[in-house]
Design a protein around this ligand. Sequence first.
Ligand code: NCD
Length: 317
Amino acid sequence: MDSHAYRHRHLLGIEGLTPEDINHVLDLADTYVEMNRQAEKKKSLLRGRTLINCFFENSTRTRTSFEVAGKRLGADVINMAVAVSSMRKGETLIDTAMTLNAMHPDVLVVRHPESGAVQLLSEKVDCAVINAGDGSHEHPTQALLDALTIRRRKGKLGGLTVAICGDVLHSRVARSNIWLLNAMGARVRVVAPRTLLPAQVEHLGVEVFHDMAEGLADVDIVMMLRLQSERMHGSFVPSTREYFHFFGLDEDKLKFAKADALIMHPGPMNRGVEIGSTVADDIDRSLIRQQVEMGVAVRMACLELLTRELGNGPPIK
Ligand code: NCD
């Protein structure tokens, strides 16, 4: 086995991954992008393996993306939608983990509204666990698919300047991207009103801006975040109209970025809140559809690497 092989048992976050780990996933994902564009898309690599999608929070694209990825590799995929209302914290989560574990799955893909819940669950089961988003903590496959999207278009990650704009406070996408982009040598900025930034966000290794004109100046990538109203208790912005006026990406604000700057958004988009339709649908500069395509390829790569490592000695993480 080559020394740069991905050697983690689970994928719980980008924190803790090395640049070699990240490149390993991205290189493998590149091969799946090509396969996914062909008529024949099915491999039998995971034949006989069982993947359970266990989503304690609503999701369309991430759950579908993992389902497509698992099926293209030949796994049996089971979708378990766990209604948040029927769930109590702690004991119930462990009970669910033990129940699923007894069915001998090979991979559990878990999304949960509480930060840290996926890690807790991973400690109770015998199979590989992929974090599909835990609270406002991490969403590692999103950062990996964003990285693959950027790398394919710009040819590199190192040396680029990326502005992550909007609701950073509630965003696991932002946290995973900050870890990944810093690890790969990109410069990361966050641009948001003070109410939507975590305390001491600069300790994550980012430059902080509260104004789009300054924050977008000369950036290569503008990454917009959804205003996550469902995580807000109280008022974080005066009104969505005012928010769009100051922080929504439109053609005028995009002019502050480099002339060839690209636009990203993890979806789902709130058009007219954090992003205007003209820029979201700009076929030359918006990478939003490519992000969805890369998502399937990245998840196939993760599934391959995590099932390959199973049984190969003690878990590293
Ligand atoms: C993100 C999420 O759920 O964290 N969406 C996604 O996975 N594509 C971002 C969001 O919900 O705004």
